[in-house]
Write a protein that binds this ligand. Structure first.
Ligand code: 6PG
Length: 244
């Protein structure tokens, strides 16, 4: 598998790299840039960093914001990925409301997966009959999940829908998630991982260990796009590599 791996001393250095990559990619497109956000604590740090240091030097109004997954809760609930992104990034930058395409966690999930898929069909360019986002940001769970594709629902990797319903393996909380085929059709996929507790799973996936086949993140393999792993030194502690 081809990927680009970068390791950083801390989350601020990692966030800076992400910010520079986003800036460059946004500058490289003529029209709209379709960006898929992730939930989780590492993305939250990056959102804060972008708000603090890149408020005025990314062409934010060129970006359409989408989500890779959402918990089925209202937007003012603390579990909402939209709420997290709004509080830590979207409310701090200058963007028209029409550029924000949130997943409605508060409505019937079956209807919402259909509605949100239609939104994607209308707004995102296709490549070989599958939508192709410009950048998909992904977190990695300690159980190998990414977006809301958990190990007990590996079929979501090859699901032919754009978004599907998923459930959290422990709490049973319903979620809506992007499917594997759409992730893999993106132009850029960026994994953002921090913390010692992720070091084993990161090493298993990146060294292609046989066990990693049970982890959804193992199946993230872009068809034509680029795959980039940004790790802090804790997440990378079982890998050999040079720091950036
Ligand atoms: C979510 C996420 C999920 C997350 C990982 C990593 O909504 O929960 O999209 O895939 O990114 O669980 O989260 P942490 O960065 O908090 O470990």
């Amino acid at each position: 598998m081809n990927y680009d791996l970068k390791i950083f001393y801390n989350l601020d250095d990692l966030s800076k790299q992400f910010a520079e990559l986003l800036k460059k990619e946004v500058n490289s497109v003529k029209d709209k840039f379709n960006f898929v956000l992730s939930g989780g604590s590492t993305p939250k740090h990056i959102f804060k960093y972008l708000s603090a240091h890149y408020q005025n030097n990314i062409q934010w109004n060129k970006i359409n914001f989408f989500w890779g997954d959402e918990r089925c809760v209202p937007p003012d609930n603390d579990d909402s990925n939209y709420k997290m992104a709004f509080e830590n990034l979207l409310s701090n930058i200058n963007i028209p409301e029409r550029n924000v395409f949130r997943i409605l966690g508060e409505v019937d999930p079956i209807e919402e997966t259909k509605r949100y898929s239609e939104v994607i069909i209308k707004n995102v360019k296709y490549d070989k009959s599958v939508p192709s986002f410009d950048l998909v940001m992904l977190g990695l769970g300690e159980d190998g999940h990414t977006a809301s594709i958990f190990p007990h629902q590996l079929q979501l990797i090859n699901d032919d829908k754009i978004y599907s319903i998923a459930s959290h393996p422990v709490t049973g909380q319903q979620r809506i998630t992007i499917t594997g085929q759409v992730i893999n059709n993106a132009r850029n996929i960026v994994f953002i991982v921090s913390g010692k507790r992720k070091s084993e799973i990161v090493a298993d996936i990146l060294t292609n260990k046989i066990e990693s086949k049970k982890y959804p993140a193992h199946f993230v393999k872009p068809i034509n796009g680029k795959l980039i792993w940004l790790l802090d030194q804790n997440a990378a502690s079982l890998l050999k590599g040079n720091y950036n």
